[in-house]
Write a protein that binds this ligand. Structure first.
Ligand code: PEP
Length: 251
């Protein structure tokens, strides 16, 4: 049986300046210490402007740092964009691509996200590729078809369990306090695992995170599900006590 370490990832979104970002990161670093927990890896994804600050704050401790988006190109005339290589240069080892706030607010297609994920791998970053259905898509009975299509369209060549993580994030559960039933999460993660077979060489080893209103009170039951290998956490990742409690809920 393949053993997958849990990954607890915090998406800080457009929150934190240098001072509070460094304080939050240092708080987490002090809790983890230099040796990773037996059960989980810890990752924080602050705004790009403070990646270096946060990387310095966690230096020497088992906390990884990631960006929240990257451009597909390594350089060029792309005003406001950030190359994956630049994230790596700033101190990141990871990047989130295809978050629903990018898909929706910036009109990013799965083809665009695939280019970004490929760029992450080119730059030596690990990619977290996000997928998830809207409420209307779920109500119409299309949730699994939508997520499968996003998955197939977004995973780049060369993706493996070592460099790519999938995050299933139902759009309607992000920041709303609502979550799917445990049965629905389990069914979607099983479908994703099955679909990965045609997309990566080591599908059983790929970590599949659940994201969408994860908090200390629901983390244990979600993390206990088969094929849930961690969590992508938004709001609750901004409080060290809550983020740490979620990590401690790993079985
Ligand atoms: C997210 O934005 O990735 C997320 C899961 O947010 P929240 O935990 O706040 O729902």
């Amino acid at each position: 049986m393949t053993v997958r370490r849990y990954l607890i990832a915090g998406n800080w979104k457009m929150h934190c300046r240098r001072d509070d970002g460094a304080a939050l990161a240092a708080d987490l670093a002090a809790r983890v210490g230099p040796v990773a927990d037996k059960r989980f890896d810890l990752l924080v994804c602050p705004p790009a402007t403070i990646i270096t600050t946060v990387a310095q704050a966690v230096s020497g401790n088992a906390v990884s740092v990631g960006g929240q988006d990257c451009h597909a190109q390594a350089q060029g005339a792309h005003t406001g964009d950030i190359a994956a290589e630049m994230l790596a240069d700033a101190g990141a080892g990871w990047v989130i691509v295809g978050h629903s706030e990018r898909r929706t607010n910036h009109g990013e297609s799965s083809a665009v996200i695939k280019g970004k994920a490929a760029a992450a791998l080119r730059a030596g970053l690990n990619a977290i590729v996000c997928v998830g259905e809207t409420e209307a898509e779920r109500d119409a009975g299309n949730a699994e078809a939508v997520v499968a299509a996003q998955l197939i369209g977004s995973i780049p060549d060369g993706a493996t369990a070592a460099n790519t993580v999938i995050a299933y994030e139902p759009v309607w559960a992000i920041g709303t306090g609502r979550t799917p039933t445990l049965a629905d999460i389990a069914a979607m993660h099983a479908m994703i695992r099955a679909r990965l077979a045609g997309l990566v060489t080591d599908p059983d080893a790929v970590r599949i995170l659940y994201g969408g209103s994860v908090k200390p009170s629901n983390a244990a039951e979600i993390l206990d599900l088969a094929d849930v290998d961690g969590a992508l956490v938004g709001g609750a990742s901004l409080k060290a006590d809550d983020f740490w409690a979620i990590a401690q809920a790993c079985p």
